[in-house]
Ligand binder design. Structure first.
Ligand SMILES: Nc1nc2c(ncn2[C@@H]2O[C@H](COP(=O)(O)OP(=O)(O)O)[C@@H](O)[C@H]2O)c(=O)[nH]1
Ligand SMILES: [Mg+2]
Length: 450
């Protein structure tokens, strides 16, 4: 995950100041020295660091006094606000043309992730925004690139417009747009060619495509792992083409986060999406404030909730809630919940979005023990139908049998049974206890049993 080192250092710094009832200029200075180092170490552009530190220092010293916060908390608030501002402040949304199709040009260096991101973006546009995109293969220099996009199109079951590699990219773009109009595709995503370095021939070709296709968006796709190089690439593409947005890929492998923190300030171009993996669903809209929260260890509860909502069937959730209320929640339901939590993504990634998560020892370095969850599933699967509904009937000899059947141990079985019992008690309290309980809508998230 991105920002690990930075998050750690900033959080340690913040920890020192958090509870302070009084803060003087020297405290702020000390803190800002550490913030500065943390940012530089994260490979944030040095001019950006300088500006950031200056702004925070000014505001932190001469700040407005809020009664509800301690001085330490107020400084943290300022850091968070400025961090958010640094990354663009508000979320920058994708354009929608009032004369469809909306045309988006994907540009960037070779290997940055243009083709993959074109597929991911199309997927997101359909899933999240209910759109009907068309993909355009305009990288004619590598025959494999056309194939790659066509494969993605097949996986997504979406149209890919291609004229092979003997027609100019400009002509391809032109015909693609005409085609999209006819077929009522409301978004056209043009996957263009990249080079190893920014070069004139490439820029000329991209400018020509731009002239002719009048794109609503020109997205630069850059590899976050290249750090300040990514920032320089963004700068020159922006000068030549006038970008409307940046998609930062491979943030899953970028532990420093320097590009994410500098790009907006250096190029004045907002980050619109971030790529977090190779799979087609590993693209997320970029939210500066949520990212700032994550960096400062305040968690990203909103993203967590959105993930949950995207994965949880509303009806099912209501049904579960009902079951909690009248205490008819069984181990079968528990298994189902477990499956839902799992479908949201790798558990360790989810846990990192919880507030204070990286204060949990080892979470940053260790994978959450998926094996343990497999054990839980195995134990439940080794119960009889009746035992799943009436766990109170599971006596000592049955526990032994279940442990054996699931390849686990009796203490593990005991622990699960105890947890399940406790959980049911808690559920009952939280949901008001009876079917007539007044509390409503207590459960937005699927229950996380861990
Ligand atoms: N881990 C990770 N890999 C990515 C991401 N985006 C793209 N890639 C990988 O980067 C490589 C190059 O991607 P590609 O789309 O072909 O780049 P292009 O040359 O710019 O079109 C491929 O192996 C992709 O799977 C991402 O967000 N995370
Ligand atoms: Mg490509």
């Amino acid at each position: 995950m991105a920002f690990e080192g930075l998050a750690d250092r900033l959080q340690n710094t913040i920890q020192k100041i958090r509870g302070k009832g009084k803060i003087n200029e020297a405290d702020v200075k000390d803190m800002m020295r550490e913030v500065r180092l943390a940012l530089l170490e994260a490979d944030v552009n040095f001019k950006v660091v300088k500006e950031f530190v200056k702004k925070v220092s000014e505001r932190a010293v001469g700040q407005e006094v809020l009664k509800s916060l301690t001085p330490g908390q107020q400084v943290i608030k300022v850091v968070k606000e400025e961090l958010t501002e640094l990354m663009g402040g508000e979320q920058s949304k994708i354009a929608v043309s009032n004369r469809p199709p909306t045309v988006i040009m994907m540009v960037g260096l070779q290997g940055a992730g243009k083709t993959t991101t074109t597929g991911k973006l199309a997927n997101l546009l359909r899933k999240k925004y209910n759109r009907n995109p068309m993909l355009v293969a305009a990288d004619i220099y590598r025959p494999a690139a056309i194939k790659q996009l066509e494969t993605l199109g097949k996986q997504l079951n979406m149209p890919v417009f291609s004229l092979g590699d003997q027609v100019s990219p400009v002509e391809i773009a032109k015909q693609a747009i005409a085609n999209a109009k006819e077929d009522h595709n409301d978004y056209v995503l043009i996957d263009t060619a990249g080079r190893l370095h920014v070069d004139e021939a490439l820029m000329d070709e991209l400018k020509e495509i731009k002239e002719l296709s009048k794109p609503d968006e020109i997205f630069l796709v850059v590899d976050a792992m290249t750090g300040q190089d990514a920032v320089n690439v963004a700068k020159s593409f922006n000068e030549q083409l006038g970008l409307t947005g940046v998609v930062l890929t491979k943030l899953d492998g970028d532990t420093r986060g320097g590009a994410a923190l500098s790009i907006r300030a250096v190029t004045e171009t907002p980050i619109k999406f971030v790529g977090l993996g190779e799979k087609l669903d590993a693209l997320e809209p970029f939210h500066p404030e949520r990212m700032a929260s994550r960096i400062l260890g305040m968690g990203d509860v909103l993203t967590l909730i959105e993930k949950a909502q995207a994965n949880v069937d509303e009806e099912k959730a209501k049904e579960m809630q009902q079951k909690f209320r009248n205490a008819s929640f069984t181990f079968d339901d528990f298994l189902e919940q477990l499956g839902q939590v799992r479908s949201m993504g790798p558990l360790d990634e989810l846990l990192k979005m919880m507030p204070g998560a990286n204060k949990i020892k080892g979470l940053n370095n260790l994978q959450v023990d998926e094996k343990q969850i497999n054990h839980v599933e195995a134990i439940i699967q080794s119960m009889t139908k009746d035992e799943k509904i009436h766990p109170e009937t599971i006596n000592a000899s049955r526990r032994k049998r279940i442990a054996k059947g699931s390849g686990t141990t009796v203490p593990e079985v005991n622990r699960l049974l105890k947890q399940f019992e406790d959980m049911k008690k808690m559920m009952k309290q939280m949901t008001g206890g009876s079917p007539k309980g007044k509390k409503k809508g207590g459960f937005k998230l699927p229950f996380n049993p861990f």
